[in-house]
Ligand binder design. Sequence first.
Ligand SMILES: Nc1ncnc2c1ncn2[C@@H]1O[C@H](COP(=O)(O)OP(=O)(O)OP(=O)(O)O)[C@@H](O)[C@H]1O
Ligand SMILES: [Mg+2]
Length: 243
Amino acid sequence: MNDIIIKAENVNKTIVNKNGGEVVSTTILPDISLDFRRGEFSAITGPSGSGKTTLLYLIGALDMPTNGRIFLEEKEISAMKEEELAELRNEKFGFVFQFHFLLPEFTALENVMMPMLARGRTTVKRAREKAAELLKQVGMEDKQNNKPNQLSGGQQQRIAVARALANDPIVLLADEPTGNLDSKNSENIYSLFEKLNRENNQTIIVVTHDEHFALRTHRKIHIIDGKIDQDIRTKEPGSSIQS
Ligand SMILES: Nc1ncnc2c1ncn2[C@@H]1O[C@H](COP(=O)(O)OP(=O)(O)OP(=O)(O)O)[C@@H](O)[C@H]1O
Ligand SMILES: [Mg+2]
């Protein structure tokens, strides 16, 4: 099945800054086109400053392109109004940031419940049950009442993954999810993504510096100066990933 889930068409991102009286414009992504298939586990790699985060934010509708179009399941997200975008971000995408951004005053369970309660579509009881299920899925069931500062970096990142899955996202996006973890915790996060992809057919796009991690996905997209330098599919979505 080669069902395209996300399509970026001639996407350009240019940022204009005022530097004193001078207007400086910087093109981060000159003209990028690529698509992602349903169930595909992709890695985006590239040097620092090459535009990986910028691209991921555009895909996840956290930012808008200057030119070009982005589609999620054939709906053009780059043409949506803010209200529609807010719903899309909360319900269609799950985002794991490099620094997890868990809310420090809430427990792990409450952090995972938060996106479910955001739009009042579910009851607190149901959100609590689902959050507990997700914490189990990421192996953190015995830490549900811990606050973030009572968890290790790797554990916090697992909670962040559970939170990103709260609303059954169509696509899970992660920006350097193992960037500040040691090799054992990085391996745990990788195994978790691999499991979510294999068992739930979850579409996953991960930005990573970790070549070892990247080589174990279905596809490695290497970006240099905002352009695709290499795009290698080594496995088909749905096929098992050998480590
Ligand atoms: N708001 C902004 N104004 C000006 N330049 C910006 C802005 N945001 C990003 N950039 C520039 O765009 C380029 C790409 O940034 P981006 O954060 O996407 O890179 P990256 O590949 O994620 O890097 P890293 O691996 O270090 O996270 C960088 O040169 C950065 O300085
Ligand atoms: Mg980045």
